[in-house]
Ligand binder design. Structure first.
Ligand code: NAI
Ligand code: MG
Length: 337
């Protein structure tokens, strides 16, 4: 049976890293049918809108999208397409693994952790209605709900349970932001009781930053609200060698969108030196999500092997002398032999 997915090549380096990624998926014979749809600048030029309805329809129909980075135009009143997509499909869980790979400039080895970030509420309201901005005072609102907290904390515990992970750390600032962060922490404590086999730890966000930098190996699954998750997951990407290796899944009940954490990198677009690893790792998350975990592992192991043994094929940001295409070529050879 063939599974169809929506594919958004994206802007800037998007088409280059997407072509590399699809080459590897094809080599793995994943049986996927790609429905290419537009979003971002490419869509604005062709259709006059950043997200055409037919692109939304395709994502809704298949429930799965693999997405290259999208450029949000600055200063024309455009709001982030990524935030729009997350809201439209209620993609409440942003799942960002941080795993060490060889040959990076990381300070640490053997980091293997996942940040689960609440993706639909917190400080990212952007409706404008809950904010005061009279030019002299800016007040922004943080929204945390019991429902939103329950589902994200439960997601984190289920993820831990289903992947043999031992510990969930809830990161908060309940000592200061008592109403919203306090509610999140209360709910996390309640849900933790349903999972006695998994260790539960709570940590205040500033301490969590210090602990992540000093002793990252103590973490397994981290669950937190939107803004803290945004910041902590980039910190974790830094721990394992930077944005070139950071994938992210945006998961809801009815749809899931898999993407690299980095943006469209206009400074290197067209030069064929973009590192495709983050999007490849996002594709591996997508394969896991579709029940093809062995193929997901093949991508992860393959990347590890290429980074270790084929430095000539690796892109310059990882210290290699290769291109996007040579990396894809090396990975295809790796996963097919
Ligand atoms: P960026 O992540 O595109 O680039 C930051 C730096 O990292 C640049 O020097 C870039 O060359 C480098 N870089 C990023 N990805 C790389 C890769 N795969 N290989 C090698 N080097 C890489 O962030 P920036 O410049 O702040 O944003 C550019 C555009 O991307 C903006 O329009 C922004 O809105 C958009 N963006 C989109 C995201 C998404 O679609 N998920 C996420 C972040 C930004
Ligand atoms: Mg971010």
């Amino acid at each position: 049976m063939s599974q169809s997915i929506a594919v958004i090549k994206g802007d800037g380096i998007g088409p280059e890293i997407m072509d590399a990624t699809l080459r590897v998926l094809d080599a793995l014979e994943c049986g996927l049918h790609y429905d290419f749809v537009d979003a971002g600048l490419a869509a604005l030029e062709k259709h006059g809108t950043l997200i055409p309805q037919e692109s939304l329809d395709a994502i809704e129909k298949y429930g799965i999208a693999l997405k290259g980075p999208l450029t949000t135009p600055i200063g024309k009143g455009f709001s982030s397409i990524n935030v729009q997509l997350r809201r439209h499909f209620d993609l409440y869980a942003n799942v960002r693994p941080a795993i060490s790979f060889p040959g990076t400039r990381s300070r640490y080895e053997d980091i293997d952790m996942i940040t689960v970030r609440e993706n639909t509420e917190g400080a990212y309201l952007s409706d404008g209605q809950e904010m005061i901005d009279d030019g002299n005072t800016g007040i922004s609102v943080i929204k945390v709900t019991r429902h939103g907290s329950e589902r994200i904390v439960r997601y984190a515990f289920e993820l831990a349970k289903n992947n043999g992970r031992k510990k969930v750390t809830a990161v908060h600032k309940a000592n200061i932001i008592k109403t919203s962060s306090g509610l999140f922490l209360d709910v996390a404590r309640e849900i933790a009781k349903e999972y006695p086999e998994i260790e539960f730890q709570e940590m205040i966000v500033d301490n969590a930053c210090m602990q992540l930098v000093m002793n990252p190996h103590q973490f397994d699954v981290v669950v937190t609200t939107n803004l803290f998750g945004d910041i902590l997951s980039d910190l974790c990407a830094g721990l394992v060698g930077g944005l070139g290796l950071a994938p992210g899944a945006n998961i809801g009940e009815k749809a899931a969108i898999f993407e690299a954490v980095h943006g469209s990198a206009p400074d290197i677009a067209g030069q064929k030196i973009a590192n495709p690893c983050a999007l490849l790792l996002a594709a591996a998350q997508m394969l896991d999500h579709l029940g093809m975990n062995e193929k997901g592992d093949a991508i992860r192991h393959g990347i590890r092997a290429v980074l270790e043994n084929r430095r000539d094929m690796v892109t310059p940001d990882m210290g290699g002398t290769g291109t996007t295409d040579t990396f894809a070529q090396a990975l295809v050879e790796q996963v097919t032999t």
